[in-house]
Each structure stands twice: as C-alpha cells, then as structure tokens.
Design a protein around this ligand. Structure first.
Ligand code: HT7
Ligand code: ZN
Length: 880
C-alpha cells in the first residue's frame, strides 16, 4: 500500500458549494442519489475532478445534465477522475451499497437492525463518490426514505425541514444543515429509537432543542448524558464565549461502534458505553467517561467543525485541542483544587501507560505526523493525549487569559476554514505578542523528551541553582532532535515542607510566588534562585507542566519530604510513585535473578509513608486512592531494559501483599470510614470515597483471611451500585479464591445489559489466573462475538494489554492466539484488528526467547496475502 506524505499536499481542484443527497434505505441495497454543485478552484492548476469511492456500485454519473460514458472518466482503485471538466459543474451520481454487509462500521452500516453512519476519517466515500477530504467544505441537504415500521426515526445533520408519508409503508424526512462542513461530519440515522428531550435556554436567551436518542428500554439511562450535555453547553459559553450555533443538537447511542463517539454536526453518534448510565449498571468511571466524551464531542462543534483540519496530518489541531478542552471541563466540573489535581494525575497516568510507550515504539510519530499509510491508525494517544499536552503548554506559558486571547484570535481568523496546526500556534503567538517559533518542534519531532535536572546550593551567596538539560531519543526517521521549548514549573520546599517565596534571577513573576515556570529552550540552561536561606528540596515539573521524563537524583529522604508536604498535589503523588518504582524495580530484579518471591523484603520507611498518607483525612479520598496505587505492570516494564513480565507481576503482587498485611488495621478502618450510604451520586467526592474504599478492599483481598473474604462477599451481595458491586467481584477474582459462583450470579443479573456483560468479560480477561486457554473458553460463551467492537475489546484486548504476565507466557501460546485473532478480526473490521495488532509494539524489549516467538507471530500475520492496509502498516512497522 502507498504511503501518503504531508509534504505532498495540494489544494483541491474543485470546490463544492452544495450537496443534495437522497437515500432509499434498504439493508441489502441502498440507493444513494447525490447531486453536487462545484466550481473550479482558482488556486489549482488542475481541471480534473477527483472523487473518492469505495465498495460502491456506480449506476450513473451525469455532468451538467449529460450521462458520462465510461470512456469519459476513469476509476483507479478508490479514485474516480473526470478530466478536462468545465469551470462550473453539476454532478449527479447514483450508486448502490450494501449496509448489512458492512462489518467495518465505516460508512453506512447496520447495527441491531438499524442504519447508522461513521464518516471520519474516510467513511463518506463508502456512501457516495465525493472529494472526501476535510478541506472541501459544503452545504448539505439530505432526503431520507425508509420503511416506517422498521425505521420510524430518520435523522441527519442540521434542521428537519420536511417529513411525511410515502407509498408501501415508507416515509421520508428532509434535513438541511445551515453550516458548511467537510464530508467526514456527515451523518444519518434510520432506526427504531426513543429519546429524552429538553428545551434549553442559552445564555443569549435563544432556546435550543436537546435530544438523547437510545433503543427502547434504555430511556432510564439517559439522564447523565443529558445533564453532561447541558453542562458542556454552559461551560463553553462561560470559559470560551462559544455558543451552540444550531437550534437542535442530537446525541444517538449505538451498540456497534469503532471508537468512543463522533462529533457529526448537530448529530453526534455515540458508542452506548459513553451514553447509557444508571447506578445499577454504570460505575463511577463510566459516569466520568460519559461526562468527558459528551463534553469532548460537544466542544468539537467549534474546535473541529466550525474550524476544521486542512488535511488529516493536522488531526491534532482538532483532537489535541478538544481533549484539552474536555480535560479542563471535567476539572472545572469538580471545581476544587484537589479535584483538579486528581484529574491531572489521571492524565499523567494515561500518558505514561500508553503515550510514552507509543512514543518509544515502532509506531512513534510526531503530534502532526509526516506520513501515513492508513489514517485510521493515527487516531492515537500521541495525536490525542500528547496533542492535549501541547495545547496545555500554551496555557502554561501564556496564562489562562493569554490562552483565551489566542483562542479568540483563532476563531476570528479561521471560522469556516480548514486550517493547519501552524495556524493555531500563530494565533497564540500573535494574540500575545510572543515568539513561539521554537514551539513548533512539539508538532514535528516524535519521542518523549528527557529533562535532566541538577542543583547546587551556595550557602554564602544564598543562591540555589537548578541546571536543566534536555535530550530526546531517536525515533524512526528522526535520529537527531533539536531542543524543545519546555515549560518547567518549579517550587522549593523548606525543611518544614513549606513553599519558599521565589526570587528567580531575570524572572518577571509576581512577588512572593511559590511556583514559577522556567522556560527551557536551550540544550542546557542554568536558573538561579536568590535569597534562599537553606538548601531546599526542589519540586520540579509541578502539575506535570510538560510531557517529558524528568530525571533528578532525589534521595529517599527528599522524596519522602515531598510525599509528605508538597503543596503541588501532582508532585506529591509523583514522589510516592518514584519511591514505589525504585522498590518495584529492585524487587523485580531479585525475582528475575532468583525465580521466586521467597526472599523479598519491603522497607518499613515506605510502608510508614503509605500508612501516614492513607490515614491523613485532611487529604481528598480520591487523591489518597491514587497515591496508594502502585505503578502498573506496563509502566514498570517501560523502565526496564529487558522486560520480565512474570517477575514484574510477582514483585508487584509481593508489594501489594506486604502493604495489605502491614496496613491491615488502617485499611479496614478506611474501608468503613469511606462508605457512601444513601442514594447513589457520581459526584467527585462520593466517587473518591468509593475509590478509596474499594482500593482498601483490594489490598485486603490480596491474601485474604475468612473475614476479609466475607467483607468482599457482603459488599457484592448488598451493593447498591455497580461501582461497589464490580469492585467486590474484581477483588474476589484477584484474591485467588473461587469466585465462580459470584461471576455466575453477576452474569445472570446482567445478561441483558450488553455494557455490563462487557465488564464481565473484561474482569475475567485481566484476572491473574486467566491464561490463553481460559480466554479461548470464554470465546465459546454464547454472549461472545468478535463482530461487536466493545465485546471484542472487553475480552481480547483486556487479555493482551491488561494481563501481561499471562499474555507473555513462556511457551508463546498467547502470541499464536494473538496472530489468529488479528487475522480473523481483520476480515471483519480492519480498524479494530489494527488496534489489536498494536499489542505487539514493544516486542523488541523482551528476553530473546520471548522476542523470537513474538517475531514469529508478527511474521505469521505479515505473511497473509489479504491483509488490510490498517493491519499491514502496524505489523510492517513493528517488524521494520
Ligand atoms: N473525531 C472522532 C474520531 C472517530 C473515529 C475515527 C476513525 C474511525 C472511527 C471513529 N469514530 C470516531 C472522535 C473524537 O475524537 O471525538
Ligand atoms: Zn475528538
């Protein structure tokens, strides 16, 4: 397959003004009539009309009223070219497609008997021929016709302008979108659905209609999505002065969906996972996910839809910015400093768990990639989460007000346009009179920068120097990197743990500031703090001010000091993670050397620090929970030169068991102190209490006695919400006791709730005792299917990514299983298969015996003759 390069961008040869689409919807044979008015783009030298189309049967093609003979156009692969076209063109195109056979869930497809679309990135070309690229923006009118009994609800973008009856039990609905948009934002739904709706008044006084559409039987699970939508609308008005521009905004939930949700103009289509919730079926994490994703898609209405991407290399322009906006929204919804810090810690965990490994692996790419084979492979944690970090750094450098000025200028300049990441950077720079040219390297250079810090204290001159240097590892095609512009937020703690007022030489921070942002732009720089009376403990990279790895030779005492006192909650948490990581790596090395955990020891200093934090009731329970979670097996693996997954698992379990035993009394006390009686509420404080309580339970159940087992059993039996019920079941499964009867009971209770059945598979997939044979057995369960992405992910991905000790079993049996599944899934849904293929990204970091088996599995997949571009790109990059 061909590689597409950013440098090869050319403007579209024709610009589209209007698109009129007519659909005669039939699962086996949908007829699409498409009338496009277009005109030659004066900026293009070409007079060829270029259209994209895939999996379509072309019935007729007319240009300015005349049917074209096959000799008058050319179809090569997925490109249809009409050469030597006139300046003004009306194209009429009739095509056929077969939605029921579309298992890729891209384009027009059928889910549970109804029609849905997914057009980003290149799905529109599976619906009709079109210049399917984001810089072609047009106004759409859509006529939907379908059987009324089977598809009573007919939706598309914008406003409903007409509807009525047709012959033979069919009906129609005509929709018009007043805004011009790229084809990837087109959507239709024809389904049997019900909705919760509400008239909502905007700050300006204008009234809008909000709807959340779901399948019958799920109406009792739409309140939180609706509330989140209203909160999102209000937040965007208040924080960014951005108003909903439509009279009607719809969310539709669908059970078969490749990603989380899609921001189609006025008609957001969501994975049910990010809409449906009530206390019985959804956990606190599910509720938080709904708020974030509803916000994310809503915020795209401005950052993505009103201002869109010139080409798909600019994807982070909309995704990085919109993730940043949803992160800020979620933080503001909690509204407390500690709640904000908790959300920030979660973001750092995601980066370390998924983005840092990606940036160090075979799929490493810049936030704005330079090339791709299959764009669907670039909806990555780098484009999304690292992209959000890049946006966050503007705010850190310019301040909230400066960032807002930059946003205002961005919309003033580019509303209605398709632009580049550079345009966003220019708006930030120009609105603030700042030179942000060097900042461009965050978009163009892949890899996670390493910032190395040294300090020196001069007691006579009362100077404290922080010497920062930076480097960035080589990545594919980028052996040498230039220095980044890195904001490094710093504070200094005195011996009592208090923040010192800072006086940075050459700094322009306010007097008495206790955190300052150092701007590291050179390879190495010295930053001098004056009037420092004692050698302080530096708190570096506060609030995780840049997506980097920080190296500093902290002593244990310094880390303990920060863990006890740092006013910056992120660095307080970080100190605990460093203390834990040091120990985990030592323990892992011991297990690797001796083969078992018999001689392992954990020092009392660490245990006492954990005890003090656990019982410190001045601290937010959610923060305490995060502080007590040990770094994950994946994050530990990233720190090792040669990864030994079983040793990591043994060492981490040893540490958990030891903490569980040593802190038994306090864990029990906190378990009881953090109950949340009364009606369930997903608010941050209650969720934090449940999180801490359930973390205590999980520690108590690492090596449980009868009373501890009973605690979990009782929680399972009497839980009034899914958070507590699922946590009890997971604790029981992980305790090594026989949890079969609880698993059965759980399944019986929720067999009709697809999202809960997903949880049931996921818990088992990630359980320490689940080997590949057990996964194969679970695949035989009547509820299992590879066709539904949520189900496939729940069992297969949670095994390959969430159960490293079993996935990397010494005999390589799970690698063979992985290869089988990638191949099988590829025939159904290439996007999902390619995601699974990524489970092997880090294969070169394992011991030679495992490496050899992983390589064989990769080669087995690569050798298949009928691979999708999606999978082929991933495996060939892994093997390169
Ligand atoms: N912008 C949306 C991306 C998306 C997507 C991409 C490829 C294939 C399927 C997809 N579904 C949704 C989601 C978002 O970032 O908001
Ligand atoms: Zn998005």
């Amino acid at each position: 397959p061909a590689t597409i390069y950013r440098k090869d961008y050319t403007v579209p040869s024709y610009l589209v003004e209007t698109v009129e689409l007519g659909f005669d919807l039939d699962p086996d044979r949908t007829i699409v009539a498409n009338r496009i008015t277009m005109q030659h783009n004066p900026a293009s030298p070409s007079r060829s009309i270029v259209l994209h189309g895939e999996e379509l049967e072309l019935v007729e093609l007319r240009l300015n009223g005349r049917a074209l003979a096959p000799t008058e156009y050319k179809i090569e692969g997925s490109v249809l070219t009409i050469p030597r076209a006139p300046a003004q063109v009306v194209l009429e195109i009739e095509t056929l497609c077969t939605p029921v056979q579309n298992t890729s869930l891209s384009g027009l497809y059928v889910s549970n008997g109804s029609f849905y679309t997914q057009c980003e990135a290149e799905g529109f070309r599976r619906i009709t021929y079109f210049p399917d690229r984001p810089d072609v923006m047009a106004r759409y009118t859509v006529m939907l016709r379908a059987d009324k009994a089977r598809y009573p609800v007919l939706l598309s973008n914008g406003n409903l302008i007409e509807s009525g009856e047709l012959d033979d039990g069919r009906h129609y609905a005509k929709w018009e979108d007043p805004f011009k948009k790229p084809s990837y934002l087109f959507a239709l739904v024809a389904a049997r659905l019900v909705c919760q709706e509400e008239h909502y008044t905007l700050k300006s006084g204008r009234e809008v209609l909000l709807q959340v559409w779901v399948e019958e039987g799920n109406l009792d699970k739409t309140d939180y999505a609706m509330q989140s939508l209203k909160n999102s609308i209000r937040w965007d008005e208040e924080r960014f002065g951005l108003e909903l521009d439509l009279d009607r905004f719809m969310i539709v939930a669908v059970g078969d969906f490749n990603m989380g949700a899609m921001e189609n103009k006025g008609l957001n289509i969501f994975n049910t996972k990010f809409v449906l919730a009530n206390p019985r079926v959804a956990t606190d994490i599910d509720y938080a996910g709904i708020e974030a994703v509803v916000g994310h898609e809503y915020f795209h209405n401005w950052t993505g839809n009103r201002v869109t991407c010139r080409d798909w290399f600019q994807l982070s322009l909309k995704e990085g910015l919109t993730v940043f906006r949803d992160q800020e929204f979620s933080a503001d919804m909690i509204g407390t400093d500690s709640g904000r810090a908790v959300t920030r810690i979660d973001q750092v965990r995601t980066l370390r768990q998924a983005q840092f490994p990606e940036d160090a692996g075979p799929m490493a790419h810049p936030v704005r990639p330079d090339s791709f084979v299959e764009i669907n492979n670039f909806y990555t944690v780098t484009v999304y989460e690292k992209g959000a970090e890049v946006v966050r750094m503007y705010q850190t450098l310019l301040g909230r007000d400066g960032f807002r000025k930059g946003m205002d200028l961005y919309f003033a300049r580019h509303d209605g346009q398709a632009v580049e990441c550079d345009d966003f950077r220019a708006a930030m720079a120009d609105a603030n009179g700042r030179d942000l040219r060097q900042f461009e390297r965050w978009y163009s250079q892949a890899g996670t920068p390493v910032v190395s810090a040294r300090t020196r204290y001069d007691a006579v001159k009362r100077n404290f120097d922080i010497i920062l240097s930076q480097r960035c590892p080589a990545t594919a095609g980028q052996p040498d990197k230039l220095p980044f512009h890195i904001p490094v937020a710093v504070g200094l703690l005195d011996a009592n743990g208090k923040d010192l007022p800072l006086l940075l030489e050459g700094g322009d921070h306010p007097k008495g500031a206790t955190t300052v942002v150092l701007e590291l732009t050179e390879q190495e720089q010295i930053f001098r703090f004056r009037n420092v009376d004692e050698r302080p403990v530096p708190s570096i990279l506060r609030d995780f001010s840049a997506p980097v790895v920080l190296e500093y030779d902290y002593t244990d005492d310094e880390l303990l000091h920060l863990y006890r006192h740092d006013s910056d909650a992120v660095n307080r948490w970080e100190a605990g993670q460093r203390l834990a990581m040091e120990r985990l790596l030592k323990l892992t090395a011991q297990v690797s050397a001796h083969g078992d955990a018999a001689a392992l020891k954990l020092d009392s200093t660490f245990i006492e620090a954990q005890r003090a934090l656990l019982v410190d009731e001045a601290l937010d329970p959610a923060f305490r929970e995060l502080a007590l979670i040990l770094p994950s097996e994946t994050i530990i693996a990233e720190q090792m030169e040669v990864v030994d997954p079983q040793a990591i698992h043994t060492a981490r379990q040893f540490m958990r068991r030891t903490i569980g035993a040593a802190l038994k009394t306090e864990l029990l006390a906190q378990y009881h102190a953090n109950q949340t009686p009364g009606a369930y509420s997903p608010d941050a404080l209650s969720a934090g209490k449940r999180a801490l309580k359930n973390l205590c339970l999980s520690y108590l159940l690492v090596a449980p006695d009868a009373a501890q087992l009973q605690l979990a059993q009782q929680q399972f039996d009497h839980a009034s919400n899914m958070t507590d019920r699922a946590a009890a079941l997971v604790a029981l499964i992980h305790s090594g006791s026989d949890a079969a009867s609880y698993l059965d009971a759980f399944y019986q209770d929720f067999a009709n709730e697809a999202l809960v059945v997903d949880k049931w598979f996921a818990m088992q997939a990630a359980a320490p005792a689940t080997n590949v044979a057990a996964v194969r057995k679970l695949m035989q369960h009547p509820a299992f299917t590879l066709k539904n992405p949520n189900r496939a992910r729940s069992l297969i991905f949670n095994f390959t990514n969430g159960n490293p000790a079993q996935f990397h079993a010494a005999d390589g049996s799970a690698y063979a299983f992985w290869a089988e599944l990638v191949i099988e899934l590829d025939a159904i849904n290439p996007q999902v298969a390619a995601r699974l293929a990524r489970s092997m990204d880090r294969w070169r970091r394992y011991a030679p015996a495992l490496q050899e088996k992983m390589k064989q599995a990769l080669e087995q997949v690569a050798a298949r003759s009928k691979l999708s571009n999606d999978v082929q790109e991933v495996v060939s990059k892994a093997l390169a």
